[in-house]
Ligand binder design. Structure first.
Ligand code: AMP
Ligand code: MG
Length: 325
């Protein structure tokens, strides 16, 4: 190429760029949704397209929150709980899907993941942030609630599109899977909007696809459950990661920590782990499994993960020791 041609090429490219060519960037916004902070980061060379897609993403989170939240009286999950022991409730395909996936994860985790945790969780009344005091439910109350954490009381009729809780004392709490399920749906929507790379995070439930503008993979840090700082950084290549831990929602009583993940075998906070992160291809799977495996403990994890190709887990056990599978 002659010097003149090279100069002309540079001038042409400069003029083109001055009149509209833009390079790819990350556009990121955060909103308070699902009782926490939701972040959507989108890679695009067009800010308008990026922001329009992010806005639709947040709208999707809000739509699913309105279906699943136990804090909203009119949500479909609340309506199912309210009609427990009385009548089936007609629900949207997403609620049916969420409940079917929850039952699947119960199977994978030998019943440790149990979406019928609502009544027992209410008895524990775990705060949303750490507290130095709290009241334990009595032994007698927990004994009386033994039959309520029973997912065989969830009757799903896929033809009629209804859900019926056949026992008035059973109630659903989708807190262990709803955020992961939602990041799947937001990623689906962003792809439909023509976005080629993004990271969606609802607190510790995260899914990413495509590459960052520098061509590198998205990375996510896993927090140490007892100290400041990270235990590991994980690259996400079209994958989801969820972390379940005992360090965000708990109260203390007589020097002991009581957190929000309930072992169905004891109806008490699970004691085998401090933190579990699961990486898989699906947000719902990472989320549900991290909760279930947290309860089961690292010793039982290899058997569960063996049946689920493409799934891996990082445990910090009850003694603070790291295990990877
Ligand atoms: P995560 O942070 O995803 O592990 O979810 C924890 C949340 O899952 C809790 O706040 C409860 O809403 C719910 N949960 C607690 N125990 C269980 C359980 N055994 N099975 C399913 N969900 C549970
Ligand atoms: Mg979970």
């Amino acid at each position: 190429m002659s010097n003149i041609t090279r100069l002309l090429l540079i001038i042409t490219l400069t003029l083109y760029c001055l009149t509209g060519c833009r390079s790819e960037q990350i556009y990121k916004r955060s909103q308070l949704l699902m009782g926490t902070i939701a972040d959507i980061s989108v890679v695009s060379s067009d800010p308008e397209h990026a922001h329009a897609a992010i806005t639709k993403g947040f709208r999707e989170i809000k739509r699913l929150e309105d279906l699943f939240s136990t804090y909203k009286e009119k949500s479909e999950i609340s309506r199912i709980n309210l009609a427990a022991g009385k009548k089936p409730v007609r629900v949207s395909p997403e609620t049916l899907d969420l409940l079917e996936k929850s039952l699947l994860i119960s199977q994978y985790t030998n019943g440790a993941f149990n979406i019928a945790a609502g009544t027992v969780l209410k008895a524990w009344n775990i705060p949303n942030s750490p507290r130095k005091d709290g009241r334990l439910p009595s032994e007698e109350l927990l004994n009386n609630l033994r039959g309520t954490m029973n997912s065989s009381k969830i009757i799903i009729d896929t033809d009629a599109k209804t859900v019926f809780l056949s026992d008035a004392d059973v109630s659903l709490d989708p807190g262990g899977i709803a955020k992961g399920y939602t990041v799947d749906k937001v990623v689906e929507l962003l792809k439909k909007e023509g976005i080629s790379a993004a990271l969606v995070a609802i607190a510790g439930d995260i899914k990413a696809f495509g590459k960052r503008p520098d061509g590198k993979a998205w990375t996510v840090g896993i927090r140490s459950p007892r100290e400041d700082g990270l235990i590991k950084e994980i690259e996400l290549n079209d994958q989801a990661i969820s972390t379940s831990g005992d360090y965000e929602r708990y109260f203390e009583k007589d020097g002991k920590r009581y957190h929000h993940i309930i072992d169905p075998a004891t109806l008490r906070p699970a004691t085998r782990s401090q933190s579990v992160s699961v990486i898989s291809q699906h947000g719902y799977l990472s989320d549900g499994l991290s909760t279930g495996l947290f309860i089961m403990g690292h010793e039982k994890a290899p058997a569960v993960l063996k049946g689920l190709p493409g799934t891996s887990a990082l445990f910090v056990d009850a003694n603070g020791i790291l295990h990877s599978f």
